[in-house]
Design a protein around this ligand. Structure first.
Ligand code: NZQ
Ligand code: ZN
Length: 385
């Protein structure tokens, strides 16, 4: 285990009815900007619950944050936040709304010329408006981490930024708000969570027993609860609760401590979204099997552990590693997610554009371990055509 500092300041308000408590944690003197997406919260009653909870407070709204939130849209919110002297941001939505709101928080206080530099160049975030979240889609972990992923439409770029200043002050996780999610988004969330865990677990790190067991526990929870969530005609509260907490635990930093990480599946996936607008979860389901095959020799130990502990495959079998990869892909397919580039009309031209992008960026390793790199990203993507 490597040395680490672990810090997570997010207060989690978990369970049915918890939205009613939010006003207890927002300073009464501050003007609040409530941010949201394309309007799902107005149809499923979440908007009304939030507004009821904020009664008597000074609240303005900013709606219309897209999936894969657009820099261009977020900058409109920044302008309003500055003009209106907003003191607190409340994100009500999925990862896109929460990520977008983290960017608004940082960009509003940014004193450089071009807030895009926070994302593009990692310009330091020296200040940020305080923010909180009401999560409506279990998937990204954004509700309990300090990262955000922003898309710039004009340049077809999708890039991540991090700052301890954008941890939410609190996040509400009410499993009931997931009842209105379409199956496609539930599947995306299950895949996203699965792959978050893999990017922190499937490495060459040894002697990280606790982290490995936490990770395997989250994966096994998804294998049990995921199919139930997908099949339910009537949402089951306990299944939704377990799924929601698994998603948060998948990317709140806990399983990442003291180990290597390799975010190559995500970084390659972001390019697919940037060029083709594919859902985030879909891109991961396409890329992960290719990354696993390309790295199976270098990460053999962990792959066999994954095969045995997560899938119950006899790790002494000669094809145990391949079986584990195939079972993983079949699991994504069983959720209704297709896992080939061709299923989405993506071909060789995109493979070449992505390879070139990674080369132009000048880093050899794509995600943290150099067995996925600018020299084999093409082969990985070709294997997924
Ligand atoms: O916009 P509305 O109308 O709210 O509809 C959304 C959107 O169309 C809908 N939705 C959300 N909650 C709902 C609902 N519909 C009905 N009922 C509800 N309760 O779902 C659609 C997708 O929402 P979105 O927020 O885009 O999905 P997700 O949570 O999967 O977020 C994806 C974004 O997060 C980034 C991704 O790259 C992508 O941009 N990620 C953020 C991470 C982080 N901050 O740590 C890590 C992740 O790896 C990921 O990269
Ligand atoms: Zn993700």
């Amino acid at each position: 285990m490597e040395n680490f500092n672990y810090y997570n300041p997010v207060k989690v308000l978990f369970g049915e009815g918890k939205i009613a408590e939010i006003a207890n944690y927002i300073p009464k003197t501050m003007k609040v900007m409530m941010t949201y997406g394309g309007g799902s919260i107005k149809k499923n009653g979440v908007y009304d619950q939030v507004m009821d909870a904020l009664k008597g407070m000074n609240v303005i709204e900013f709606g219309g944050i897209e999936p894969n939130p657009h820099y261009e849209t977020l900058m409109k919110a920044v302008e309003i936040a500055r003009r209106e002297n907003v003191g607190f941001l409340l994100a009500v939505g999925g990862g896109s709304v929460i990520d977008g709101t983290k960017f608004i928080a940082a960009a509003t206080c940014y004193d450089g010329e071009e807030p895009w530099d926070i994302v593009l160049k990692g310009a330091p975030v020296k200040g940020a408006l305080p923010l909180a979240a009401v999560l409506t889609l279990p998937a990204t972990g954004s509700e309990m981490n300090n990262g955000g992923v922003i898309t710039r439409v004009s340049t077809q770029e999708k890039l991540a930024f991090h700052s301890p200043l954008v941890f939410p002050k609190f996040s509400v996780l009410d499993p009931k708000v997931t009842y209105s999610l379409p199956k496609r988004q539930l599947a995306n969330g299950i895949v996203d969570t699965f792959v978050h865990v893999m990017e922190q677990y499937y490495t060459t790190s040894e002697n990280v027993e606790i982290q490995d067991r936490f990770s395997e526990g989250i994966l096994q929870t998804l294998l049990v609860v995921g199919p139930r969530v997908m099949a339910d005609e009537q949402p089951n509260y306990q299944d939704r609760a377990n799924f929601m907490w698994a998603a948060t635990m998948g990317l709140n930093g806990l399983i990442a401590v003291g180990t290597e990480q390799d975010w190559s599946t995500h970084y390659i996936g972001h390019e697919l979204t940037a060029f083709h607008g594919l859902d985030h979860g879909v891109t991961l389901a396409i890329v992960l099997p290719g990354v696993m095959r390309a790295t199976k020799e270098n990460r053999k130990r962990k792959l066999l552990q994954f095969a045995s502990r997560v899938w119950g495959i006899d790790a002494t079998l000669p094809d145990a590693a391949e079986q584990a990869i195939a079972r993983t892909e079949q699991f994504f397919n069983s959720l209704g997610v297709k896992t080939r580039l061709g299923d989405y009309g993506v071909g060789m031209e995109t493979v070449e554009r992505i390879e070139k992008r990674f080369r132009d960026r000048g880093n050899y390793a794509i995600g943290g371990i150099d067995d996925v790199n600018v020299d084999n990203v093409r082969e990985i993507l070709v294997s997924r055509l």
